[in-house]
Ligand binder design. Structure first.
Ligand SMILES: Nc1ncnc2c1ncn2[C@@H]1O[C@H](COP(=O)(O)OP(=O)(O)OP(=O)(O)O)[C@@H](O)[C@H]1O
Length: 293
C-alpha cells in the first residue's frame, strides 16, 4: 500500500535500494578491550571494518550479531545520524550524508514527545517533514497510520498512559507516516515482554505484507529474524566487526510463526545462527576475562 499522502508531496515511488561500500567506522578517543589486552594506548576504536552490503528494494533484512559488535552504529550510519569514517552508503544511488524523510527510524526507547498525544506525535512528524501539506491532510494521514497499527481509540492518550507495546506502535506509525523509502528499526521490541513482543512481530509482519517496504531490522532474536526476514545479515564480533555471511530466508509469505518450524530449513538456519552467535559471544567473553582492569 502506498499511502494517500504520496501525491500531495510528489513522491513518485517507494522503491529503495541501499548499497554500502567499504564502510568503516572509527570512534576516536577510546581504548578497546583488545588495546587493553595488548597494553596498547590506542585512542581510536575501530567499530566497523569494510562493510559491504546490497539491500534490494522491498526486502526485509535483519541484522544480527553479538552484543556491542556495531549493529546500532551501522543503522545510525544508514539513518544519516553519524557519518562513516570511510566508504559510502547510497540510497537509490544517492549518497547518504544526513537524516532525511526517505528514512523512517524506530528506536528501542520509542523516543515519543511525552507532552503530545498519540495523534499529535504522529501528526507533528508529518508536519515536520511535509510542512507544505494542509493541516487537514496531516490529520487524515495521522488517522490512516493510527488505524494501520491498531491504535484506533487511543489517539488522545499521552505516552505515559500507554503500555510499551502501544508506545512502539506509535513509534512505528510515526516512522511510516512520513512515507519513507526505507524503514530502519533498532531493536524495536527489545524493551517488551515476550508476549507483547510476539504480538508486535505479528503486527509488523502484517503491515509489511501490505506495504512491502524496504526494512532493516536490528535484533538479538533469531526467531524474530527468521519470522520476518528475507535475508539475515550475520555480523562478527567487534572491534572491527564485519559481515560474516548473509543468509537467504526462503519461507513463503504470509508467514505464520506456528508453522515455520515445519520447514526443515528452519531448523538448519536456526542452528547456523545459534552457532554463529554463541561462537562470537564466547570469543568476546573469553577475551574480556583476560583484560586487566
Ligand atoms: N560514540 C561512541 N564513541 C565511542 N565508542 C562507541 C560509540 N558508540 C558506540 N561505540 C562503541 O562501538 C561498539 C559498537 O557499538 P554499537 O552500539 O553499535 O553495538 P551494538 O551491536 O548495537 O550493541 P548492542 O547489541 O549492545 O546494542 C561498542 O564497542 C561501543 O562501545
Amino acid at each position: 500500500m502506498i499511502s494517500s499522502h504520496v501525491d500531495p508531496v510528489n513522491i513518485s515511488s517507494t522503491f529503495a535500494q541501499l548499497a554500502l561500500n567499504h564502510v568503516f567506522k572509527v570512534y576516536s578517543g577510546r581504548q578497546s578491550w583488545q588495546d587493553k589486552l595488548l597494553r596498547r594506548t590506542s585512542s581510536d576504536f575501530v567499530a566497523l571494518a569494510d562493510i559491504n552490503l546490497e539491500v534490494e528494494a522491498n526486502t526485509f533484512v535483519s541484522i544480527i550479531g553479538p552484543s556491542g559488535c556495531g549493529k546500532s552504529t551501522l543503522l545510525n550510519i544508514i539513518a544519516g545520524l553519524i557519518p562513516p569514517t570511510r566508504g559510502s552508503v547510497k540510497l537509490n544511488e544517492v549518497e547518504i550524508s544526513k537524516p532525511g524523510p526517505d528514512r523512517g527510524v524506530v528506536f528501542q526507547n520509542y523516543a515519543l514527545m511525552p507532552w503530545m498525544t498519540v495523534f499529535e506525535n504522529i501528526r507533528f512528524a508529518i508536519e515536520t517533514v511535509y510542512p507544505q501539506i494542509t493541516f487537514v491532510e496531516q490529520k487524515n494521514i495521522a488517522r490512516e497510520y493510527i488505524d494501520l497499527v491498531g491504535l484506533h481509540g487511543a489517539e488522545r492518550k499521552h505516552p505515559h498512559e500507554l503500555s510499551g507495546g502501544m508506545k512502539q506502535r506509535v513509534g512505528i506509525a510515526r516512522a511510516l507516516a512520513i512515507n519513507p523509502k526505507i524503514l530502519l528499526m533498532d531493536e524495536p521490541f527489545g524493551a517488551l515482554d515476550a508476549l507483547t513482543r510476539g504480538f508486535l512481530q505479528d503486527e509488523v509482519a502484517r503491515i509489511w505484507e501490505q506495504q512491502r517496504q524496504t526494512v532493516i531490522l536490528i535484533t538479538h532474536s533469531i526467531e524474530e529474524a527468521l519470522l520476518l526476514s528475507d535475508k539475515i545479515v550475520m555480523m562478527t564480533r567487534g572491534p572491527a566487526a564485519r559481515i560474516a555471511e548473509v543468509l537467504d530466508i526462503p519461507f513463503p509469505r504470509p508467514r505464520r510463526r506456528e508453522l515455520l518450524d515445519q520447514y526443515p530449513a528452519y531448523h538448519e538456519l536456526k542452528a547456523e545462527l545459534e552457532i554463529h552467535l554463541s561462537h562470537e559471544t564466547r570469543a568476546v567473553e573469553e577475551a574480556r576475562i583476560k583484560v586487566k582492569p
